[in-house]
Design a protein around this ligand. Structure first.
Ligand code: P6P
Length: 340
């Protein structure tokens, strides 16, 4: 049967040519990122056969032990994107400072941020992991690119997406006009459009949180989860299910696909940190994707995309997913601390 599905390339060309929605340089950037994700998927799928499992014997800027695949994925994204002329610089969870495009290559007008391989603790046990990316525009000025150029709130993003390396390799992307899903056709060697205009159900009966941290949570999160656990006999009048994959990409992909609420809130274990997840290359891209699919994303008090970053690797509390549930948890936070 003739393959009637359209490729990522054609989808992006049509957004550029037909809708005029994205400039050529942004289309090029997104195609290069997709090709890099294809290479990462290939390395991930090799597993033990490729000698890529296990620790790299080093730590990243977050103080986390780096897996060999963390470093491989980071290098793949850097090498794929540095020569194309569409980027001024890159920033990664795996690198302390920004990576300015070397002078031997032309500099472009975009900034690319990424978590090259999110969910690394799942690599060695064959559970889904993924790449998360966010695209910003360089501020208009004639000086060289600096770290402060990256410190833009998430509402400034011009593109965001992730690639989940699971039973399928799936790229999920927004350029501000909805969320589209592309599945890697390994026979063709290209991503093909498999879902257009993804929408998250406004209500859900499924929550995602690491329950082992319950004793450390703040009262609003405790209240929300207790009500879910009380089920149909409790104030919610319905039973809830729980999922926690410990891979944000996999949990968010499930929520984008069938609804749900994902929470990684502030907790008492490290009270000086606002949360565990990183604002610039985890919460912002995921928050924008969720909003573009009709969901919501807050830090418990304000819209994640309105948070003004102060540091490249700053962390944030994350509550995202089905709009009505996120609004409930956010309301509980405001009721508990109206002044905050
Ligand atoms: P925990 C993976 O390390 C990650 O950054 C996210 O992908 C995931 O949601 C979270 O941390 C899991 O954290 O504390 O449950 O292991």
């Amino acid at each position: 049967m003739k393959n009637t599905r359209i490729s990522l390339t054609r989808h992006l060309v049509e957004k550029q040519r037909v809708d005029g929605h994205i400039p050529g340089q942004l289309r090029l950037l997104l195609e290069v990122v997709a090709r890099a994700c294809k290479s990462i998927s290939h390395a991930v799928n090799k597993g033990a056969l490729g000698g890529v499992l296990g620790s790299a014997g080093s730590e990243n800027v977050q103080g986390e032990v780096q897996k060999k695949l963390d470093i491989i994925a980071n290098e793949v994204l850097i090498e794929a994107n540095e020569w194309g002329g569409h980027l001024a610089a890159m920033a990664s969870e795996e690198m302390e400072g920004i990576y300015v495009v070397p002078n031997r290559y032309p500099q472009g007008e975009y900034l690319l941020l990424f978590d090259p391989l999110d969910g690394s603790s799942n690599i060695d046990v064959n559970v889904s992991i993924g790449t998360i990316f966010s695209v910003l525009k360089m501020p208009d000025d004639d000086r060289g690119v600096e770290e402060q150029d990256f410190l833009q709130p998430g509402r400034q993003q011009v593109a965001a997406g992730y690639c989940v390396y699971g039973p399928q390799t799936t790229l999920v992307l927004t350029v501000g006009d909805g969320v589209d899903v592309f599945t890697l056709d390994r026979e063709q060697g290209s991503f093909v459009l498999t879902r257009e205009g993804l929408r998250i159900p406004e209500d859900t009966q499924e929550f995602a949180i690491n329950m082992s941290n319950m004793r450390h949570w703040d009262e609003p999160v405790r209240r929300y989860v207790d009500e879910c656990l009380a089920g149909r006999e409790g104030p919610r009048g319905k039973d809830f299910n729980m999922r926690w994959i410990a891979s944000m990409v996999a949990d968010v992909h499930r929520i984008l696909t069938r609804g749900g609420i994902f929470m990684y809130p502030w907790d008492k274990r490290e009270p000086h940190k606002p949360g565990k997840l990183r604002l610039m290359y985890e919460a912002n891209p995921m928050g924008w994707l969720v909003e573009q699919a009709g969901g919501a994303a807050t830090n418990g008090r304000e819209r994640i995309l309105d948070v003004q970053p102060r540091q490249l690797h700053e962390r944030v509390s994350v509550i995202l997913g089905s709009r009505n549930e996120v609004e409930r948890v956010t309301r509980y936070h405001r009721e508990a601390a109206p002044a905050a």
